[in-house]
Design a binder for this molecule. Sequence first.
Ligand code: SAH
Length: 341
Amino acid sequence: MTSIYSLTKEDLENYFVNLGEKKFKATQIYEWIYRKRVNDFSLMSNIKKEILERLKKDFKFDDIKIISKKEDVDVKKYLFELNDKNKIEAVLMNHNYGNSLCISTQVGCNMACSFCESGRLKKVRNLNANEMILQVLKIEQNLNIKISHIVLMGIGEPFDNYDNVIKFINIINDPYGIALGSRHITVSTSGLVPKILQFIKDGKQVNLAISLHAPNDELRSKIMPVNKAYNIDKLIKAVKEYIYNTNRRVTFEYIMLKNVNDTYECALQLSKLLKGINCYVNLIPYNETTHIEYKKSSKEKIMRFYDILKKNKINVTIRREFGRKVNAACGQLRSNYEEGL
Ligand code: SAH
């Protein structure tokens, strides 16, 4: 049976029109589900009984289970079990500007970035839109809070699950539902160029982040196999096209890996690569994991890298570190859980 959480308002409108009912019913249902957070059709008191019976036949309120929750200062990490027993994670971070939630988009990931824990488990399947929505609803309910920002930076490659991700954005964005503003949503991709081009056409106003992590093809192909399919030149061209069409600034994420991509030469190459592009670079101190050899760059190295970019007039920030104690890096919680750690 279809999950009611997988329907955009437009889907529900079409459903009601097909039944010979008014479109407006969809708005009422959306308000019950996402404003009043009701998860039982019987409680929707302003909807006719026959319609409720029909809805009950056609749709279900599904659920995902919180099976572990770990807390550290300003960060809470959740491990969820899906109905088919697969496990995914989501991380909540308290910023001074609000509560930001990092959600997963797939079970496992096929991008195989050498530094990333998530890629150690190959993609098992895509998450459906309802499974992304439920990560948000469950955590808001668990903590009795309102999430103000969402980043699609958990397990998975969002653009390898494009249609469900767009659906999720439409649902969470809907003014009669959760109504999270587009500017408060960030999609992060390892660089699937055709999907970046499609994203331009779809005209979503959400933020786009690109996991760049290296300033030249030789190094990037070594740490991110996706670069062999879409190299830096192709990626930067697509990003420029995105900026030209949307007039929006792009974020480049750059993990700082000790003695790999944190050198003086890398900083210079990166400055040259991004010169004149409407972007900013987010330097991410690498979150070390037990299974992978890479080490985190020293504070001094990161500062030096930062200074070089600044000097070359590249907008740059250093990401605040969250949740080292709770294994908050992409995929760590799931992988440790499987190993009984
Ligand atoms: N597949 C998408 C989104 C998920 S990864 C992407 O590649 O953008 C989200 C971000 O976390 C990416 O920039 C990724 O490179 C980064 N990341 C993965 N493992 C990390 C770790 N151990 N420490 C810090 N950042 C990490």
